[in-house]
Design a binder for this molecule. Sequence first.
Ligand code: PZK
Length: 330
Amino acid sequence: MSERGRRSAPLSGLQALVASRHVTVLADLPLIASGKVREMYELERLGDGQSGRVQETLLMVASDRISTYDAVHPTPIPDKGKVLTGLSVFWFERTAHIVANHLISTVDGVPEEVLGRAMVVRKLSMLPVECVVRGYITGSGWKDYQATGKVSGIDLPGGLRESQRLPEPIFTPSTKAEQGHDEAIDFARAAQLVGDEKLMQRVRHVSIELYSFAADHARERGVILADTKFEFGLDDDGRLVVGDEVLTPDSSRYWPADGYEVGHGQPSFDKQYVRDWAAGSGWDKQPPAPPIPDDVVAGTRARYIEAYERISGEPFAEWLARTGAVAQSR
Ligand code: PZK
């Protein structure tokens, strides 16, 4: 087909998804879930060649898509998927003493076109709750506190101000909404949904340990980890395993420690350039999200890379080299 013919041919549904949403379609791999900014594919069963047991595996691929105000922009942020994957792996490797995780590899079994932004993971039986830990009072937690003095059924001290550090981190689970917003639930409701109170106590303990470990590490590097969300599952032996992505800017609120001030909302470490630009753009913050100008894309990409380098303590190029990935040129 001529170049012209290829351009003018009508797009198939799949091509339209790829072109308009920056979704990666990997040859032969069944797509089993597609979120706002990442995809999950099924991989071949892996045998360990020893025990005769097999492990079902998945490929989690992080895209360069970015969302603000719950809407995905049509403009990708180059390398965002690689930064998020690198950070998630950094934390998986450093928190394995707290709880097992689903990461198997970022190299073996990863298709070349997604190197650096994909993880081969163990398939788990996921628990039907989102495990949120908050060390600071902000976002929906701040809304709920102002209305009721509580978050997820936990009574908080009176007189807290927006963005204030809490006396200790709190576990504030929520439901997994297929569409729309997750709903805050109390611990008893989470235990009921999971069907095992003892397991839920372990999940709460592990969640707070993971948050505390990461928040201490981040604070030493000039970054505040305000809150974060984990997803857990059980492996084939019934053992608790943390899955999904962990402690990334998409699953967490990271704030620059520099300029932190109670009494108002804090700027996001990674998305603030986009939000500031959006505020002055006339966009009403309803979908569809507008395209992002080149200078805002470049500034935001630099912030993601800075987040990787501050938190991990190594150049982002090291992550690319370890995974055989290449940085995007723009
Ligand atoms: C699993 N999601 C969320 C949706 C994504 C991720 N280890 C696992 N085993 C079984 N299921 C999942 C996981 C993990 N992690 C996670 N859905 C299923 C999700 C869309 C895209 F990348």
